[in-house]
Design a protein around this ligand. Structure first.
Ligand SMILES: [Zn+2]
Length: 479
């Protein structure tokens, strides 16, 4: 029966803005909740009588940058509204949000879903403040207002999503955009990216929007997939029985794999929206918008398309290299220096990232102990056949552990591949000199010793050359 129905989904996404201070006061906007409750609070974010909010310009700047990262239209004038409701996590019984005139308008976001480029429309994005956090223990409720008044961006999409893959890939792309633009860490597990999924079904071929169910409390990409599957079959079963789907809000319980009704249409709240009297409209100048645009940089999706189409990389490599801005920037800079995308890719993905994963101290590109030009030099030497790929790895390991200069390491460790016979002869002479007994043995007719001497030459030159070269020189010298 499921083949009869088409999924229709739209999303409401909350993203925590990574500003230094809260939205309307100078309290610290902690990225993670502090262990001690109620330490990042003040009379403004606790909305004591006579306190007035003062809009944080950094929040506006980051909001505009995020809007431009999504390629959305930025509105030069936007305003705040009050959304009234009573709940203990809200100290003032209203949320300051933007309903009528939002800071960011519509456009669409491009996403690769199973390697097909799709477009999903954004209805708008607005700014609003977060609420506190309630913890229910021993039959009591504890309120922590550290998060109250922290800035949020709410992104509302059009009903453009037709599968769970659409939703999950869109959210992953959005997360990357927020991280690349440095406006939020957008970590779902830490509640920095929260998504309410609005799901309805219709028969294929229909063009209507049926009653929708809003699913809340979903906090990982994998549980979003599970929640959508479960809700799809729940609604399909209802339609099959000729029953209605109630327009309601349901909370997702990931442990049990079920959703439960939180709020039905009958008791939907009236938020009594009205213009916020304590805040002036946000008026943006062209210069401000242009300055924000300059901070966005090349988007992750564009980088991934370049890696796939221009460099012909494998999908996995393209995904790794565009997963985070540090990796992507480092890779792009290395390609600019070496003009060799393939080697830049393989030395980053299979050598450098593997070492960074194992190292507690050097696990970011900023903490590397060597300049990027040294890695470019390694690639240049390999391309000139002066360094073997095995030895290139040794040099990168040495750079990684102790830093330094590529050319100095290559020379100190005798790693330079050369056709310079003089250098090779020097190695052989040294081996002959330091193994007199074995040399004498060989000269007496013990042929098996010869292999040992070649091995010693290889070892002394750190396996940089073909053993055949040493074979020839040794034969020559030992007669
Ligand atoms: Zn405060």
């Amino acid at each position: 029966m499921t083949w009869k129905y088409e999924l229709v989904i739209w999303l409401e996404i909350h993203v925590r803005v990574k500003s230094q201070t809260k939205m309307f006061c100078s309290c610290k906007n902690a990225v993670e909740l502090a262990e001690e409750p109620n330490i990042n609070v003040c009379p403004v974010c606790m909305w004591f009588p006579w306190m007035l909010p003062k809009l944080n310009a950094e929040v506006v700047r980051l909001g505009v940058i995020a809007g431009q990262a999504m390629k959305c239209e930025v509105n030069k004038i936007s305003r705040f509204d009050r959304k009234s409701y009573f709940y203990p996590d809200l100290p003032n019984s209203f949320q300051t949000t933007q309903l009528y005139e939002t800071i960011v308008g519509q456009w669409d976001v491009r996403v690769l879903v199973n390697w097909e480029l799709k477009h999903f429309k954004i209805h708008h994005m607005h700014l609003e403040n977060d609420a506190g956090k309630l913890t229910h223990v021993w039959g009591k409720t504890l309120c922590d207002y550290n998060r109250a008044g922290s800035p949020l961006m709410e992104i509302v999409t059009e009903p453009d999503f037709r599968s769970k893959d659409d939703v999950v890939e869109f959210l992953k792309e959005l997360q990357k955009m927020m991280r690349f633009a440095n406006v939020s860490d957008a970590d779902m597990e830490k509640g920095q990216l929260r998504c309410d999924v609005n799901i309805s079904l219709r028969k294929f071929g229909e063009n209507i929007l049926n009653n929708r169910v809003e699913l809340k409390n979903i906090n990982s990409f994998s549980s979003i997939g599970r929640a959508i599957d479960t809700e799809f079959s729940r609604q399909a079963k209802l339609y099959e029985k000729w029953e209605y789907v109630d327009q309601e809000t349901r909370g997702w319980d990931d442990d049990k794999g079920v959703s439960n009704v939180q709020r039905s249409k009958e008791n939907a709240m009236d938020y009594r929206y009205f213009p916020e009297p304590d805040l002036l409209p946000i008026v943006l100048t062209d210069e401000f918008i242009a300055d924000c645009a300059s901070k966005v940089g090349e988007l992750p999706i564009d980088r991934r398309i370049t890696y796939l189409n221009d460099y012909k990389f494998k999908e996995d490599d393209a995904r790794i290299l565009s997963a985070d801005r540090d990796i992507s920037d480092y890779f792009d800079s290395l390609v600019a220096l070496t003009k060799d995308a393939n080697k830049s890719n393989s030395y980053i993905t299979s050598v450098l990232l593997a070492m960074m994963k194992e190292d507690a101290e050097v696990n970011t590109f900023a903490s590397l102990r060597f300049e990027i030009s040294e890695l470019a030099e390694v690639i240049a030497l390999v391309n000139k056949d002066e360094l073997s790929s095995t030895n290139a790895k040794l040099v990168i390991e040495e750079l990684f552990v102790n830093g330094g200069k590529t050319s100095a390491i290559v020379d100190a460790k005798w790693l330079r591949q050369t056709n310079d016979l003089w250098a090779l002869e020097a190695v052989v002479d040294k081996v002959i000199e330091s193994n007199p007994t074995q040399v004498a043995d060989y000269k007496w007719g013990n042929e098996r010793i010869f292999g040992f001497l070649v091995g010693q030459c290889m070892k002394a030159s750190a396996w940089a050359w073909n053993p055949k070269i040493f074979n020839d020189i040794l034969k020559n010298k030992l007669g």
